[in-house]
Design a binder for this molecule. Sequence first.
Ligand code: F6P
Length: 326
Amino acid sequence: MGIVKCVGILTSGGDAPGMNAAIRAVTRAAIYNGLQVKGIYRGYRGLITDEIVEFKSQNVSNIIQLGGTILKTARCKEFTTPEGRKIAYEAMQRHGIDALVIIGGDGSLTGARIFAQEYNIPCIGLPGTIDNDLYGTDTTIGYDTALNTILDAVDKIRDTATSHDRLFFVEVMGRDAGFLALNGAIASGAEAAIIPEFSTEVDQLEEFIKSGFRKSKNSSIVIVAESELTGGAMHYAERVKNEYPQYDVRVTILGHLQRGGSPTAHDRILASRLGAAAIDAIMEDQRNVMIGIENDEIVYVPFSKAIKNDKPIKRELVNVLRALSI
Ligand code: F6P
């Protein structure tokens, strides 16, 4: 294995608050360890279109507090083809980049895994997604901020729900994972969460209605995880309108506002630790691993595990929500 002299860094897939803190950490830790850094713009697309610039310490000044990603991001179809990856590899050679740090979610790490295998390049992944759906890390960069954004929105929705005695279905992101919905429901004091993980097990709406939620409260908030498996908030609102016309139902889809905003302290610290650990991993000649944090310890998770394994959602959380929403 060759000695790494220059690290390329990119953000890919959906942006997440804390990505900038991670870019800063990787850049500064690399320079601290005597490595050169190249910033690659618009994810893998920037490797194909050659949008690559040298990063000095000043390039990452004053960004730790910013949402989004200064490197921009994209979902790049071309990189899923062998031809696209060949062009990307040639750009890396031209720029003297001999290792890559990829900050992104499931799809981005899948791309990294294939690229690393094809071209024998050391690739290190950092879990950057609001969905928290990567196996091998307790939380992902951006998840905590998105969760806090959900709380802020639900607190406001509760004011109007209470005033009108309404039942609100609030849809949150998460792709096919229910972490944002379930923990968002617990933290906002919502009456129920409908999540994809249990969609085939029980009729979650039926369970909620049967729990007799109207006995103690006139207004209710149900957080629904977006997903084909749940059908989304609209689906449940329609069902209630048809099956229980006595309820006054409204829907709020929080959408992309969950992806923005200044990262919380948790996400900034997580991103800083993971970013510095990515450079440690490169210095140790590690390759093709995602850096995670489990029980407050840095862990190296092989891409194959991080991507393939489903991150389990704790049943205990469902029980807590059930018990506390009576
Ligand atoms: O993976 C992050 C995420 O925000 C998901 O929660 C959501 O399903 C998806 O990205 C939305 O993607 P886009 O911004 O491309 O519409």
